[in-house]
Design a protein around this ligand. Structure first.
Ligand SMILES: [Zn+2]
Ligand SMILES: [Zn+2]
Length: 228
């Protein structure tokens, strides 16, 4: 289905060229994240490790995190157009990238990081929810919209890691029937602070296992990316 969408006239979200929602060149330029990875947080590493420099010593409420592409180059442009530009068709592009790069999580349902109310209203859509909806079709998992924001946190952009953690700590609450194993969707994994806070809300009400899935992932330290 998403291929049909890509054939409709429009503009490439990354380079602005007239044509599909993302042109073949920019699609090909997305840096797919490939093993070896940190088993826990999914950061590309030089060899397979259980915990990496980025996540060692951190209490993470999720069992593992996996992402499709590196958050750089055309992926940044794509997320900007999708999230702030309201280009909803890009949810399918993102979901296709995730389905191609990330193994289907062995979970009962899929949920997503809820958008901050004010920002969601302004944009009129939530990219994490859209990604979860697309992936629920691909992976044949029901969507369980169980997370809610209890605090209006500041945007995470521009904050340091410790500030990011403080900013989102206690920001989420899970309501209703929460599956015992659940995939948690978001558009971008930056420091992991947001998904860790959301995962801990799920764990508090009985989810035994939370697997994080995002379209893009910010890479630290550069270089080690699993692709030459
Ligand atoms: Zn392009
Ligand atoms: Zn790690």
């Amino acid at each position: 289905m998403w291929l049909v969408d890509l054939l409709l006239p429009g503009r490439c979200a990354a380079c602005g060229r007239e044509g599909p929602a993302i042109c073949p060149e920019c699609l090909g330029a997305l840096g797919e994240i490939r093993p070896p990875l940190c088993a826990r947080c999914g950061a590309p590493t030089a060899w397979p490790v259980e915990r990496c420099r980025e996540c060692a010593g951190r209490r993470l409420a999720f069992a593992r995190a996996r992402s499709a592409v590196a958050y750089e180059g055309s992926a940044v442009q794509l997320v900007l157009a999708w999230k702030d530009g309201g280009r909803r068709a890009l949810a399918r592009v993102a979901a296709a990238a995730v389905a191609g790069a990330v193994e289907r999580p062995a979970v009962e349902a899929i949920t997503y990081v809820p958008a901050a109310r004010a920002r969601e209203l302004w944009r009129g859509h939530n990219t994490a929810a859209a990604l979860a909806a697309e992936l629920s079709r691909v992976w044949e998992l029901p969507v369980a919209p169980v997370l809610d924001r209890v605090a209006e946190s500041r945007p995470q952009r521009g904050l340091r890691l410790a500030e990011r953690r403080r900013n989102v700590a206690g920001a989420f609450v899970a309501r209703g029937i929460v599956p015992s194993s659940v995939a948690l969707c978001d558009d971008v994994y930056t420091s992991g602070a947001t998904v860790a806070a959301a995962a801990s809300a799920l764990r508090r009400v009985g989810a035994a296992r939370v697997e994080v899935v995002t379209f893009a992932r910010a890479l630290r330290g550069g270089g080690l990316r699993g692709r030459s």
